[in-house]
Design a protein around this ligand. Structure first.
Ligand SMILES: O=C(CO)[C@@H](O)[C@H](O)[C@H](O)[C@H](O)COP(=O)(O)O
Ligand SMILES: O=C[C@H](O)COP(=O)(O)O
Length: 955
């Protein structure tokens, strides 16, 4: 620290000590841990008769944000509990304030509670929020719990209302950021009426202290600058203007003091004084000289008056001790001060404008300091937590980096991170978004009830199940699937299987994979009304009943939202347990709720540990963390602006083998959240990396790495070629929970950037409706409505709507496919949508075909299986940008399966889903072609792959 070298004070003619003789109290506008701990603060009390201490966000920014003073406490706190940055800061600040309160307490006692105070400011973010300010004032007052504490509240209109309430509560208040006489008058009025309210309730007014911090030097800073500007411009009043340099702020302060004197003489005040009330003293703040042309003790020497305080910054403190002169300056030349203000007005110097600007700027500057401070605390926290946190880094082209930096700054100045966490829908479209933000708090909520999940885990283990078969779609299945694939089967625990298909062959494969008698079935559906989990339930209920020879309710669990149809089903069928989701969380954001946690618990994942680890990331992203250092917000701004400003809307996901299944979950989150009203990001999962030549300029790469794994070397070339690359490195698979939250937040932010509601899925719903129409028709008539191919080539039949048929012609397979893919242009993507069993073979087939398409057409490709993708990427394909060219593949099922209780079969449902999907794609004017394989699937897939190859390469 630069000043207050009190070890060998050099005393001038009039030392700071003598201010007391003029009944002015010198306070120190500074706080720092080492300064208090080393005894220097106490030294000022002893040598200079220091009477108080003030802090503000800028002071704490300097104290905590730089240097290592606070590192030991940060380490100690984080070793106990991984506090979020906001709480961490507050704990550090409170420790400092309490320590300073202890040093100042003898002064407090000696002066009979007139002096000896230490001020702590409420969050600067609350400067225009009365309710928030009063709540925080009460909270900090209680938390710090020291009678010589003063809570600092800004003297904005909103703050002034809170001042009154705080005083009524008996809280000592320092009102800060006062520049204008009128604002000061309102604050004094608030103080008096707060005391009167106490008196009216019969409460004591004696032990309450308050100061009104009137800022000085900043006023001269602004007025002088205007004077200089006008003088330089050759103003006709140049000489008169120059005479006002360095005078206006002091004149303004003198008149504020006159108002104070008047009010304290008033009968209204006297009535309170009789009851022992202390006057609210004026405190001169911002008293360091900024203009080197002036005396370095100007704003101390000229403002000495009875019953006032001057909070002096360290350098000025030392200067005044050295050469300050004392006289009762404050009441001198009051008429001259009036004249200064009158002259200023006459000469067109807009003091009112300046003071109102200074309030706004002052609040903004404190918020900025607070941002920097919290950013520094967040960085220290991250360094201490090290590998306990996943790590995000981004390698961005400079144009994108600049736009992201600009967006981060806007998020900070507009308080968007806090608004998001406050569930303020104006972050998005001012639509229903606020109702869908339960995922922000679900981990803390689940942690509070984690014993329910631990009990379930114990019970499942005790019952000795061999398998758990989860039946669900999209948000209800993809999260559990990531857990299953990432953690594998834990020794001594049942194996988790996740079935999200209506393909009859796939249903049979799953049936065969489990030991039905020893299987726990989980029917997972948020809405409870989704077709697939309902018919899968009907099927497996029947299978289990047959195997067990009795109603198998004891082997079934439901996960659903309260009051859903599935809850009724579970009740009627006497399910073993029912777990509820949170209706304020949509499916794709539900993995950290019971939809992910119940499957996790029953398959032996230690849910408490998993949630604790996830909480670390949530706290890294919480409301207290400015956008610049908030990993979830930054990631969202990168992805959102890459798409919005640079057309890089294909989020290409690379993932380590150990966490490869994360991509399918992420696809749903990205596509369903953002792909709507013709905007959005298109996720591209599992596409192998190629060299830069096979890519357009529409990609962003997201590389998910595990442990110390090196990034794929091809990414370096892509980065050099100008593609943005974001790397998310997980120390171990357990951090997958952190990755879930990180991306949930990021994608919510993308919604804000793209100005969409990220929480609805209108086109998924539309497809569901279209499918329902078809299955209902089947229930009534026993068949699906007739349809005719527009072309047939061997075992391949082609279907499309008129518009697409017109573009494709009616030739053979190769010619149709050729025309279809010839429609693919730069920035487009190809979607292969296969309604067949999803197994190793078919996945290999699809992968092979998509890679050929990617390399030949040099566009992004997606290889998806129906009906699974309908609850995921299907939203973006229909509702997102019209840049997809789709090839839907259907096949005649070799073996079908009945759905108990229904006329239709699984095969019929799947066919209806494919047709519903296709109809919606067509109605959205997408370039879509359907090919149906008659006969052997294996042979048909081969014929199709060959035809595609020929169509795109001519070979
Ligand atoms: O408001 C109080 C004390 O109540 C002070 O801590 C106040 O914030 C500081 O004096 C000012 O922020 C310093 O302003 P400046 O010297 O940077 O213009
Ligand atoms: O992503 C959600 C799927 O559409 C499934 O919905 P659900 O959980 O309401 O059955």
């Amino acid at each position: 620290m630069a000043g207050t070298s009190n070890t060998s004070p050099s005393r001038g003619a009039d030392s700071i000590r003598k201010l007391g003789e003029y009944k002015q109290s010198p306070w120190l506008d500074f706080i720092q841990r080492s300064y208090t701990e080393s005894g220097k603060l106490k030294g000022l009390v002893d040598l200079d008769d220091l009477r108080g201490v003030t802090s503000n966000p800028a002071i704490f920014e300097k104290a905590i944000g730089s240097g290592t003073d606070y590192d030991p406490q940060i380490n100690e706190l984080l070793a106990k509990d991984a506090l979020p940055p906001g709480e961490l800061y507050e704990t550090l600040a409170i420790t400092d304030i309490r320590a300073a309160c202890a040093v100042m307490h003898p002064v407090f006692e000696k002066t009979k509670k007139i002096d000896g105070y230490v001020s702590l400011e409420v969050s600067p973010y609350l400067a225009f929020d009365t309710k928030g300010t009063i709540e925080e004032a009460r909270r900090l007052w209680k938390e710090v719990d020291r009678d010589n504490l003063m809570i600092k509240i800004p003297g904005t209109k909103e703050g002034t209302v809170a001042v009154r309430d705080a005083i009524e509560d008996g809280i000592n208040v320092n009102v800060t950021l006062l520049f204008a006489l009128d604002a000061y008058k309102a604050v004094l009025e608030a103080y008096i009426s707060g005391l009167e309210a106490r008196a009216a309730k019969g409460e004591s007014v004696a032990d309450i202290a308050s100061v009104a911090s009137f800022f000085v030097s900043r006023i001269d800073g602004k007025i002088d600058a205007e004077i200089d500007r006008r003088v330089a411009a050759g103003d006709k009043d140049a000489e008169a203007l120059k005479a006002l340099r360095g005078k206006v702020a002091i004149a303004n302060a003198k008149l504020a003091y006159q108002h104070y004197l008047e009010v304290t003489k008033s009968p209204r005040w006297q009535a309170l004084a009789q009851k022992g009330a202390q006057p609210q003293r004026l405190l001169w703040a911002s008293t360091g000289t900024k203009d080197k042309a002036y005396s370095d003790v100007l704003y101390v020497e000229e403002l000495i008056g009875e019953n006032t305080v001057n909070t002096i910054p360290p350098a000025t403190f030392d200067a005044f001790r050295d050469h300050g002169k004392i006289r009762a300056s404050l009441i001198e030349n009051v008429d001259a001060a009036r004249q200064v203000l009158a002259d200023a007005k006459r000469l067109g110097l807009d003091l009112d404008g300046v003071t109102s600007t200074l309030v706004v700027e002052g609040c903004a500057a404190f918020s900025k300091s607070f941002d920097t401070l919290l950013g520094a605390v967040a960085a220290k926290r991250e360094a201490v937590l090290g590998k306990r946190l996943l790590h995000v880094s981004a390698d961005l082209p400079s144009e994108l980096r600049d736009i992201v930096a600009e967006a981060e700054a806007t998020w900070s100045t507009e308080g968007l991170v806090r608004r998001l966490w406050k569930k303020d829908a104006s972050v998005w479209t001012n639509g229903p978004e606020a109702k869908w933000l339960g995922w922000l708090n679900i981990v803390q909520e689940r942690l509070a009830h984690v014993d329910e999940l631990e009990t379930l885990a114990r019970d499942v283990k005790a019952r000795g199940f061999s398998d758990v078969l989860l039946l669900g779609m999209g948000g209800s299945s993809l999260g559990p699937e990531v857990l299953e694939k990432t953690f594998g089967q834990k020794a001594g625990w049942p194996k988790l299987h996740v079935l999200d298909s209506t393909d009859p062959q796939q249903v049979s494969t799953f049936e065969k994979a489990v030991d039905v008698k020893k299987t726990l079935f989980i029917v997972a559906s948020k809405s409870g009304g989704t077709l697939e989990p309902n018919i899968l339930f009907a099927y497996f209920w029947d299978v289990a009943k047959k195997a067990l020879g009795k109603d198998p309710g004891d082997n079934f669990i439901a996960i659903t939202d309260p009051n859903s149809h599935m809850q009724d089903v579970a009740k009627e069928h006497h399910f073993w347990r029912t777990f509820f989701g949170d209706p304020a969380i949509g499916g794709r954001f539900s993995v950290l709720s019971n939809f992910g946690l119940v499957p996790a618990a029953v398959s032996g994942i230690e849910v408490r540990k998993f949630l604790e680890s996830t909480r670390l990331m949530i706290e890294s992203c919480d409301a207290s963390v400015p956008a610049e250092v908030n990993p979830g917000i930054s990631l969202g701004l990168i992805l959102g602006h890459a798409a919005k400003n640079f057309g890089r809307d294909k989020v290409t996901i690379q993932a380590s083998e150990g966490i490869a299944s994360f991509g399918a979950w992420l696809e749903q989150l990205v596509a369903e959240s953002t792909g709507k009203i013709g905007r959005g990001l298109v996720p591209i999962d599992e596409e192998e990396l190629g060299s830069p030549e096979v890519y357009g300029k529409d990609r962003v790469f997201v590389d998910l790495l595990l442990g110390d794994e090196k990034p794929n070397s091809r990414l370096a070339a892509l980065r050099n070629a100008g593609s943005p690359v974001v790397t998310v490195r997980l120390t171990d698979p357990e951090q997958i929970g952190q990755a879930f939250f990180l991306f949930e937040l990021a994608i919510a932010v993308v919604g804000s950037v793209l100005d969409i509601d990220p929480f609805d899925q209108p086109d998924v719903e539309f497809s569901k409706v279209e499918t329902r129409k078809l299955t209902s028709a089947y229930e009534e008539t026993g068949s699906l409505p007739k349809e005719a191919p527009f072309a047939v080539d061997g075992d391949l039949s082609f279907y499309a709507d008129d518009k697409n048929v017109a573009a494709l012609g009616k030739g053979d397979a190769v010619s149709i496919l050729k025309k279809h893919f010839a429609r693919v242009g730069a920035g487009d993507y190809v979607g292969l949508l296969a309604y067949i069993e999803r197994d190793l073979e078919t996945r290999r087939w699809a992968q092979d075909v998509r890679m050929k398409l990617r390399d030949a057409l040099k566009v992004a490709t997606a290889a998806e299986f129906g009906p699974r993708f309908l609850h995921s990427t299907g939203q973006a394909y229909k509702g997102g940008p019209n840049s997809g060219v789709f090839l839907q593949v259907t096949a005649t099922d070799a073996n079908d399966l009945p759905v108990p209780g229904y006329r239709f079969t699984f095969g019929v449902v799947k066919a209806a889903q494919a047709r519903g999907d296709f109809e919606v794609l067509s109605s959205r004017e997408r370039r879509a072609l359907r090919v149906h394989i008659n006969g052997s699937l294996e042979a048909g897939l081969k014929t199709l792959a060959d035809a595609i190859s020929k169509a795109i390469t001519g070979a």
